[in-house]
Design a protein around this ligand. Structure first.
Ligand code: FRU
Length: 716
């Protein structure tokens, strides 16, 4: 090749590159308050772009920025059209996000040339259920370059899925990739994937030949600069193998798919557990969303905490059982995820037991197996009426380190509604398993089983919503006076009797939790009899948007039944193992309020276990404590404890009111009346703040005792 042709080739290549790299032209991103030059007819499109989900609609996702076209104004019944001004086609493709109704010609977006439809696209849903997530589509419009066209978004359908959602319409020389595929030769422990919160979701699959090893949706970041955090997928078990990674719905010009890479740790994980808003003595997942505690069981010196986990995103989704272990309920080690979604569905809540008598036949070695009992949330939308949840089991013969799903799954077919959340206990007197299952609305059912594979229904009863629990406790420690407790996800409970088949409540439902940071709690199975505690962990509903994880577990509490004037009541109290974190303790007695506040100035930390015993004078009515901007009020006039919008009954007893507070980055757990009042509160404290002040706004109050334990982080 001569110099001249070489130069020519170079120039040509550059020119071609420039042509491809031509800037995209934004047609509309619907970020304004109104539609600008676009015009509407009918009512379905409202007066401007929607800010996400409209009233009565399932959660809309997968749009960019804050606004989108959403024709659900007035529900599915409304009709209308939204039409763009004329514009010139200047690129080869029009790319856009579209979702909602999948009725061709009725809930659609059309490209009009001289008033004629030359391209059309519609959403994905026609049947009940489905998803309100927008996905990328492309029109090849190269043949129309230079021509004047219009876009018309149509809502001509009144029945189910009678609406259309559209966002981010751009002209581009790059087509949206409907599918990307890559070969992966496994050489590191983790696949790292970049996440950008709220990016349109990509459906990702990891395959071995045609077999699906993992599949999940992910808000894949489009570039390094747009990456909020990285998530990992454990590859250890595939070391040396060649696998395939496949993704759909990759955003135009996204580098996300190519950024996915192998590493032995979490990319950007140098600050793990030291992030600004990471709870320091509450369990949270390394990465991603967490909700219910699952499978709480004690085995061979370890407390196992499984949890509802989205390993690949900040929001709820891809339900998987995460897994952590601890020897003291305070210091947790997160292991890899234990149960992954499969062809029967994602893995919803459930419980775990030690199968001491090998009733399941799953035992292979000397030691009894662990067995997990969980819900399969089948169907593309697990919350739709059409989703048919079933129940499955899985077992482990290596102390929970690896799990095998039972080949005969599901063991319990769908019964009704969103039936889910099996809690299993061993019932010694009848020598069999008892399973309590949430059915629908506030119904629950009890089953017995000899082997966990065949269940026999013994009772249906009106009880509570989601996440049932059933256990026995002695009243005031008296083993001659056993009461059974049945509760649901909010913590409301019945005390009652249970004969191995039927639960009979004593009376009405009783409140257990008074805070805003408590749900879906569970208690441990198989705590050794010499310990004998009934230990509970609840999902603490609190998070911070800037963190690579979301939500946490409340601090473990011991439950006791104590006789009160109103009957036996549950009391909750932090497990004594919190003492392993005590670093510096301040203990004072018999102080005035001012003296106490002065003494509190020497408290330097902000991870605290605080006990305050107030001694109100006769005229004292309102007093309390402020901790890092959160005010906790004891109001003796109204006989209540208040925090934010939450209240609980509170009286002055024996001239005193005593409060215990556990203060962490995202929560303050309040215990009053010796634990009869349990008020866990979500609260984002100042990570550097040390504010802790007592006050009395009406009347005098003395401080009989004040104990402040500054806590060490459980992560170091
Ligand atoms: C409670 C719950 C359960 C369900 C799980 C799904 O928070 O809705 O009923 O099994 O979460 O993540």
């Amino acid at each position: 090749m001569t110099r001249c042709t070489l130069l020519l080739a170079l120039v040509l290549t550059l020119l071609m590159r420039m042509a491809v790299a031509q800037e995209d032209i934004l047609i509309a991103d619907f970020e304004g308050d109104d539609y600008g030059a676009w015009t509407t007819t009918g009512t379905a499109f409202g007066s401007g772009p929607a800010r996400g989900t409209l009233p009565g609609q399932m959660r809309v996702g997968g749009y960019l920025g804050k606004g989108l076209v959403n024709s659900f104004h007035g529900g599915d019944a409304s009709l209308g059209r939204l039409t763009s001004p004329f514009f010139k086609i200047e690129r080869n493709y029009i790319n856009f996000l579209i979702g909602g109704g999948g009725h061709a010609g009725k809930t659609c977006m059309n490209l009009l040339l001289d008033g004629t439809i030359v391209r059309t696209a519609h959403g994905t849903n026609t049947a009940p259920g489905g998803s309100e997530t927008l996905r990328w589509q492309s029109w090849d419009v190269a043949e129309f370059i230079g021509q004047q066209v219009q876009i018309q978004i149509v809502d001509d359908h009144t029945g189910g899925w009678g609406h259309i959602n559209v966002d981010h319409i751009v002209q581009s020389n790059e087509k949206v990739f409907s599918e990307r595929t890559r070969k992966i030769i496994v050489e590191s422990r983790f696949l790292n994937l970049p996440v950008q919160n709220r990016a349109p979701k990509t459906w990702m699959r990891l395959l071995r030949d045609d077999a699906i090893l993992r599949e999940f949706d992910i808000e894949l970041a489009a570039s390094p600069g747009e990456t909020d955090f990285w998530v990992t997928l454990e590859l250890s078990e595939y070391m040396g193998e060649t696998l395939i990674l496949r993704a759909d719905n990759i955003a135009p010009r996204s580098q996300g798919f190519d950024m996915i890479t192998q590493a032995d740790g979490i990319i950007g994980g140098e600050d793990l557990y030291r992030e600004k808003y990471r709870p320091q003595f509450h369990f949270s997942a390394k990465r991603g969303w967490l909700n219910d505690p699952n499978g709480l069981v004690y085995y061979d010196g370890e407390y196992h905490l499984f949890f509802q986990h989205n390993p690949y995103g900040w929001n709820w989704g891809n339900m998987t059982w995460g897994h952590a272990v601890s020897r003291d309920l305070v210091h947790w080690e997160e292991l890899g995820d234990a149960l992954h979604p499969d062809e029967f569905g994602t893995i919803f809540s459930g419980s775990a037991v030690v199968d001491w008598h090998n009733t399941t036949g799953f035992q292979t070695g000397e030691r009894p197996p662990l067995v997990a009992i969980y819900t399969y949330a089948g169907g593309s939308n697990p919350w739709s009426k059409e989703a048919k949840h079933t129940q499955g089991i899985a077992y482990s013969n290596d102390r929970g380190r690896s799990w095998t799903k039972y080949e005969g799954n599901p063991v319990q077919e769908h019964i009704i509604g969103g039936n889910r959340d099996p809690k299993v206990i061993w019932h010694e007197p009848s020598n069999q398993w008892v399973i309590v299952l949430f059915l629908d609305k506030t119904q629950m059912a009890l089953f017995t089983s000899k082997d966990l594979k065949t269940w026999r229904k013994t009772q249906e009863l009106e009880a509570f919503f989601e996440c049932p629990e059933l256990f026995a406790l002695p009243v005031d420690g008296d083993h001659e006076r056993i009461k059974w407790v049945l509760y649901g996800a909010s913590g409301a409970y019945f005390t009652g009797d249970f004969d191995g088949e039927t639960f009979t409540p004593d009376g009405d439902a009783i409140s257990f939790n008074y805070g805003d940071c408590f749900y879906a709690s569970q208690t441990f199975n198989d705590i050794p009899p010499e310990d004998g505690r009934r230990i509970q962990i609840a999902w603490g509903r609190t998070g911070h948007p800037d963190m690579p994880f979301n939500q946490m577990m409340n601090f473990p509490v011991v439950l006791n039944l104590r006789q009160t004037d109103a009957g036996p009541r549950l009391f909750s109290w932090p497990v004594r193992e919190i003492e392993t974190l005590y670093r510096q303790s301040h203990t004072l007695e018999g102080l005035s309020l001012d003296e106490a506040n002065h003494a509190l100035e020497s408290v330097k930390g902000n991870l605290l276990d605080v006990t305050i015993v107030f001694e109100p004078s006769d005229n004292a009515a309102v007093f309390g404590v402020t901790v890092q901007g959160l005010t906790i009020i004891c109001d003796l006039e109204r006989q209540e404890l208040r925090c934010k919008d939450k209240t609980a009954p509170l009286r002055c007893e024996k001239g005193r009111v005593s409060l215990r507070l556990l203060v962490d980055r995202l929560s303050v757990e309040i215990f009053a009346k010796g634990g009869q009042v349990y008020m866990p509160m979500s609260h984002v404290g100042d990570p550097a703040g040390t504010e802790l002040q007592l006050f009395a706004t009406e009347g005098q109050v003395a401080i009989a005792a004040l104990t402040v334990h500054e806590l060490a982080s459980a992560w170091r």
